[in-house]
Write a new protein. Sequence first.
Length: 372
Amino acid sequence: MGIWDKLFGELVDIVEWVDETRDTMVYRFRRYNNQIKYGAKLIVRESQVAAFVNEGQLTDLFMFPGTYTLETKNLPLLSTAQGWKHGFESPFKAEVYFVSTRTFTDRKWGTKNAIMLRDPEFGPVRLRAFGSFAIRVSEPATFLKQLVGTNSRFTIDQAGEQLRDMIVARFGDVLGESKIPILDLASNYDELGKFITSRIGSDFDMFGLKVVALYVENISLPPEVEKALDKRTSMGIVGDLKAYSQYQAATAMEEAAKNPGGTAGAGIGMGMGMAIGQQITQGAGAGQQPAAPPPVQASPPPIPQAQQYYLAIQGQQAGPFDVPALQAKARSGELTRETLVWRQGMAQWLPAAQVTELASLFSAMPPPIPPQ
């Protein structure tokens, strides 16, 4: 073996990448002037793909783990592109990109602005949502061309903002189409995550990426709406408000009795004494016929107020009008069966013909002439 062969053997390149960052998706191997020696050793590890780029053109991919000797038989496309006829005896210039194909987990997504939806029970509502997703590179060549470009190091955070926006856009569309009531969303988080994952597959394919899993962690209402919902829930749990008020009063008296020295305690104690006295009096007179209450002078009930209605005329609110005024509008044609009306106590606007008190206004009127 000659001295030059020995020196050549000692200077053989080792082209490899050991990821210690946990967030790097692509790393460009650094070599002065991009000169890689003929016969260099390329080490591709598990969850890695090595890509050769020559003069801005992707020429060869090493998709499987192992150690490769960079020579003509392992780089057929590069050798053809260069047209080298001397077997790569001199160093050749090329860029080596290592692409991580492992799964990047615990990536967060969330809505920047509230999503407007129509709920069948609560009407129009605004919802916010957030969760997490896992992603990996499925097509290294497409990923390098579409997102990485010439970056020497490309991290998951550099693509994160665009990926999150794509997920949120699809999430709003899927949530609106599902028409799931708000109170039933919590029981459908898993189904929503799987459905969104299948829907966004084509969006990520164009970048050479694949969403492995997507999780919906929370869907929430605005704080003021949540407070109102909590009050409604509290009323449902309390049930009988009269019994609950009595319980609260008894608890307050018990707490006041523990502090008899205070002014409040004296007042409560007096009230308790009066209540006990009334109970004793009622008990003592239980065997006697109670005295008849004094006659109460009868008074006429208050005059009922006439119902006032609002009308929706040409997209504008008009009114209020009483029933005689509505009769005149019905005769003039300004009020029809389809005119939307509302009064206090109604949950929503309804056509006049569907309101019991107004249906009689149209009984003597013929229906509209059907179209020819």
